[in-house]
Design a protein around this ligand. Structure first.
Ligand code: 2AM
Length: 175
């Protein structure tokens, strides 16, 4: 890894009200399962994972983000799920608003001019609540959390001995 590169991703970053609601709804579920809990300050929904990005590519990606003309949308987080292969407990939405599909698709397409290589697997919206989660058989229903999404963010991931931490380094408003 070059000294000048950073590990970056575009994400939806919950505001404090949404964070509180997520905490309220998911706490009982998370507490009942063994695993590595994602601290609430790290909660996010990845739109595009960029990996290690050097300075020129970062500048290019920030320019792309500024040109994306996305619309606001309301996300209803209403499902807690478990991927047994990855052992991830997640919070997700049953319905992906068209504006979100468009935002991901614009970012994924336009970022390629900056050297971004899109994932071959389809976009699966999720907020990781827990990693290395023990086998889960049934998950209780939750009250849907309505999140009026007004912007999207560029986030830097920093790995320290205490764990990973995230820093929002750019924010772009939706129309
Ligand atoms: P995850 O929560 O499901 O692991 C920062 O690492 C964010 O980018 C995480 O939300 C992670 O998703 C996501 N991500 C997507 N692809 C990734 C990859 N190849 N390596 C690491 N993180 C990835």
């Amino acid at each position: 890894m070059s000294n000048h590169s950073e590990r970056l991703f575009f994400a939806l970053w919950p505001n404090s009200n949404v964070r509180l609601a997520i905490n309220e709804q998911t706490q009982p579920v998370v507490q009942a399962i063994n695993g590595k809990i994602t601290p609430s300050e790290n909660w996010h929904i990845t739109l595009a994972f960029l990996g290690e990005v050097d300075k020129p590519a970062k500048a290019c990606m920030q320019e792309v983000a500024a040109k994306v003309q996305g619309n606001r949308f309301t996300l209803s987080l209403e499902e807690v799920g478990y991927w047994s292969k990855q052992r991830i407990l997640w919070l997700g939405a049953k319905k992906i608003p068209d504006a979100l599909t468009d935002l991901v698709s614009h970012l994924t397409t336009d970022l390629q001019s900056c050297g971004y290589r899109p994932e071959t697997r389809p976009f699966r919206l999720h907020l990781t609540l827990m990693r290395k989660a023990s086998q889960v058989k049934t998950l209780p229903p939750i009250t849907p959390i309505k999140w009026a999404v007004e912007d999207f963010c560029l986030v830097r991931s920093v790995t320290q001995s205490s764990g990973v931490s995230y820093e929002v380094i750019g924010r772009w408003l939706l129309n």
